[in-house]
Write a protein that binds this ligand. Structure first.
Ligand code: SAJ
Length: 406
């Protein structure tokens, strides 16, 4: 039996995938409400294919509990925030999950850490916890790092098809865990050591963050000298060895906007490009705000209450608002002008900010100037409805001669 600890954005789909491929799984989370929701037959977030996968896993016998189970394999998939001051990974949730596992697990168990951590974290923070409990790692308890790599918005597909990395102290233990993931994973599974696995995961997300920062910087250069950044990137990407990502209103989510800071925090004198890239991305919501002010001046708009932001989530077609550029923009806007802009997002049904709308018609009726922060399918489909509005399209998805870009 496998006990998956932490039933969030990564733990839940992983548990469901294992169960629906014949593995005996209990999913554990300390959040009793969340466990109750799952036990009552409801998923806890929206994701393509998740609902179907959930029902397949239920039919296959998955159980959910708020109790840690006594078994021989644990997969720990809990959040790893970063300390905003030191920029270092905060492994407190991983550590407390491992401490709780150690209270129930038998000698011989394997603990797999899926959560993203900076290189050396498992040695620095997790191994000592196991040893302090009187166990020898590699003899009594085996440690493995199997970082997840699935992208929100396409998680179910990527869980099945992505390549994976397994880091283990011992080759045989690595192969055992590789066989477990091979129950569903159709990609290649590489077995390496723990530190290499830790580093590869952080490097993958850092590569993407730096690439996006480069695109954001190009957008600023092109804005300054009246060039079309999208056309320039499109043509450059026709070169066989160039692949520039897209500029945007900021980088959100719990991964690309967080993990690269781990390297800055751990190697402050070495991670210069990474530090600059992260600062460039973090400054994008403020850049959008300045674009809004410039456009207001240019168009003679005085009434802030007729301006609306489309999209609250950190990216398109997900219902996740962690580190959302829109929330960051609203925060700095409120500080400067004290009057929040209007906001609408079709995927956020609860009230999270002031002046939030839950109906596209009402939202569009109450504004003259719309800022596209997130390219949800809805707005691409409904773009004709913005014909008579001033549109600042930060995602380059709205067609039309009058559309203004970043
Ligand atoms: N973004 C841009 N321009 C782009 C692409 C993205 O501004 O060209 C923005 C998005 O709008 C969003 C942010 O970047 O605000 C991050 O979105 P994302 O789609 O790039 O990535 P995440 O954070 O959803 O998922 C990433 C993925 N990592 C890589 O592609 C290397 C995913 O595979 C990881 O599993 C995930 O992080 C994670 O959990 O670490």
């Amino acid at each position: 039996m496998v006990n998956v600890i932490g039933l969030g954005y990564i733990g839940l789909p992983t548990a469901l995938m294992l169960a629906s491929h014949g593995v005996d799984v209990v999913g554990t989370d300390y959040n009793k409400e969340l466990v109750k929701t799952l036990q009552n037959g409801h998923t806890t977030f929206k994701e393509d294919g998740l609902e179907e996968l959930f029902h397949r896993a239920i039919d296959a016998g998955i159980r959910f509990s708020d109790k840690y189970q006594e078994t021989d394999i644990y997969i720990v998939s809990v959040p790893t925030p970063y300390d905003r001051f030191s920029k270092r990974v905060d492994a407190k949730y991983v550590v407390s999950a491992v401490e709780a596992v150690l209270k129930v697990c038998p000698v011989g168990a394997t603990i797999v850490i899926e959560s993203t951590v900076s290189p050396g974290t498992i040695d620095k923070s997790v191994r000592p916890v196991i040893e302090a409990a009187g166990y020898e790692t590699g003899v009594d308890i085996s440690l493995v790092h199997a970082p997840e790599r699935i992208i929100p918005g396409n998680m179910v597909y990527e869980l099945l098809h992505n390549n994976r990395t397994i880091g283990a102290d011992d080759r045989d233990v690595g192969e055992k865990i590789k066989a477990l993931y091979a129950a569903f994973c159709e990609g290649e599974i590489v077995v390496t050591d723990i530190r290499t696995a830790e580093m590869t995961k952080v490097v993958e997300n850092t590569y993407r963050a730096v690439n996006i920062a480069f695109a954001n910087e190009l957008a600023k250069i092109c804005r300054y000298d009246k060039m079309n950044v999208y056309e320039i990137i499109r043509i450059c990407n026709m070169h066989p060895r160039v692949n520039i990502l897209q500029p945007g209103p900021g980088v959100g989510g719990h991964c690309i906007s967080v993990d690269p800071w781990f390297l800055v925090g751990d190697y402050p004198h070495l991670a210069n490009v990474i530090n600059e890239a992260m600062e460039t991305n973090d400054a994008m919501p403020a850049f959008v705000l300045h674009r809004i002010y410039d456009i207001m001046k240019e168009k003679g708009i005085k009434d802030l209450s007729r301006i609306g932001l489309y999209g609250l989530t950190y990216k398109e077609n997900v219902d996740d608002m962690r580190e959302s550029p829109t929330l960051q923009l609203l925060e700095s806007q409120e500080k400067h002008l004290g009057y929040p802009l209007k906001v609408y997002d079709p995927l956020i049904t609860e009230d999270v900010v002031e002046h939030q709308y839950h109906d596209l018609d009402e939202f569009l009726e109450d504004i003259d100037f719309v800022v596209i922060m997130v390219a949800h399918d809805e707005i691409i489909k409904e773009q004709r409805r913005m014909k008579n509005k001033i549109v600042l399209d930060c995602r380059n998805v709205i067609e039309g001669a009058g559309v203004i870009h970043l």
